[in-house]
Design a binder for this molecule. Structure first.
Ligand SMILES: [Zn+2]
Ligand SMILES: [Zn+2]
Length: 108
């Protein structure tokens, strides 16, 4: 087995989490480490992250309570009115149910 980063021959390494083959230059070997207990925990976390990304819009980072489902994060959508003298239009799109609310903010 060789390091995926620098190609060095891997050596057995003992850590508090178990033993695995590690690069003498300290490069991590993601695929190899998957068999380890520590990585099983990490995989669980990654699964949760994936779930969040699939279920909710990753762009919905603005605090906004959705009037439809009560979700508290929304994506800010800016529609530029560059062809007229109107102000830009801002909308909040719910990160969960995609319900769109137009924000009051027009000065005209
Ligand atoms: Zn290496
Ligand atoms: Zn919603």
């Amino acid at each position: 087995m060789f390091c995926k980063t620098c190609g060095s021959l891997l050596r057995p390494k003992t850590t508090p989490y178990g033993k695995w083959m590690a690069c003498p230059n300290g490069h991590s070997q993601p695929k190899l480490n998957q068999e380890d207990t520590k990585l099983q925990t990490k995989n669980t976390n990654e699964g949760k992250l994936l779930e969040v990304n699939l279920g909710e819009n990753p762009l919905s980072v603005h605090d906004h309570i959705c009037p439809r489902c009560g979700h508290n994060k929304a994506e800010l959508i800016e529609i530029s009115a560059n062809y007229s003298d109107e102000d830009n239009i801002y909308r909040m799109k719910c990160g969960k149910c995609s319900f769109v609310v137009q924000l009051e903010g027009k000065t005209t």
